[in-house]
Design a protein around this ligand. Structure first.
Ligand code: MLT
Length: 250
């Protein structure tokens, strides 16, 4: 049987995916998921997503050794160590560190999926690798795959839709049965592929980030398949997925 793939946008879609026991891939290209992928690729120990600034600060008080990172309205909150720019999560800063991360949409979508057995973090940066791992696990578990677009402030987002298409491109066509939404995302990605950065720059969130001075973040997050790392959310923390799935060549 081919593996059913779905694309969801809302908290209700996440709840339905959890109920179906789907493998979940949370996608927030700009910038939460790209930041998490970069942090783990630069050898951070783990990322702890939190919904609120208050909880993030309380957790930091309990664990002064953790880094405190995130954004509100795109900007680093007061007294935080890092914002939500993947470029800040360099190896010298994050290696061996646990990072508390609170962001407007991405962190919340991740936390909303906490009851699922398998929650992966996806973006353009690791599209092929996350597709390969998810498909392998879905085959093992005989279940479907739900791509979840975190969006921007509960709005549809062009970069997450395109990112979902990039991940769907990594599923061999003869192994999956796409929903119409996934087929649409795949078509969008195939159309955008030659000019991904330009297409994503035309979206409202990219324009907003650029107006805040984050042009380099947008360019960084538009790169396709540069990391093999597949972040995995379990028990409140995001760590690299280490079960034996060969992502070489992904
Ligand atoms: C979010 O989670 O809402 C985004 O990552 C926002 C941002 O680009 O900082």
């Amino acid at each position: 049987m081919n593996i059913p793939t779905n694309l969801g946008f809302t908290t209700k879609d996440i709840a339905n995916a959890v109920q179906r026991k789907d493998i979940i891939i949370i996608i927030d290209v700009l910038r939460c998921c790209s930041t998490i992928i970069t942090a783990l690729a630069n050898a951070a120990d783990g990322v702890i997503p939190t919904r609120t600034l208050r909880y993030a600060r309380a957790l930091r008080q309990k664990h002064p050794e953790f880094l405190l990172a995130g954004e509100r309205k795109g900007i680093k909150p007061k007294e935080f160590d890092l914002g939500n720019s993947p470029l800040e999560f360099s190896s010298p800063k994050v290696r061996g560190k646990s990072i508390i991360l609170t962001t407007t949409s991405g962190a919340k979508a991740i936390i909303s999926s906490k009851d699922a057995e398998y929650v992966f973090i996806g973006a353009l940066l690791n599209a092929k690798a996350v597709a390969k791992v998810s498909l392998t696990i879905a085959e093992q578990e005989k279940t479907g795959i739900s791509l979840i677009s975190a969006g921007t402030n509960s709005q549809f987002s062009l970069e997450d839709f395109t990112g979902a298409g990039a991940i769907a491109q990594g599923f061999p066509a003869d192994k999956v049965e796409h929903s119409d939404a996934v087929s649409g995302a795949l078509l969008a990605f195939q159309r955008a592929h030659g000019s991904l950065t330009r297409v994503i720059q035309s979206g409202s969130h990219a324009r907003r980030l650029e107006s805040l001075g984050f042009e380099e973040d947008v360019k960084f997050c538009c790169r396709l398949n540069v990391f093999q790392i597949v972040p995995f959310f379990k028990g409140g923390t995001i760590v690299p997925f280490t079960e034996a799935v060969d992502t070489e060549g992904a």
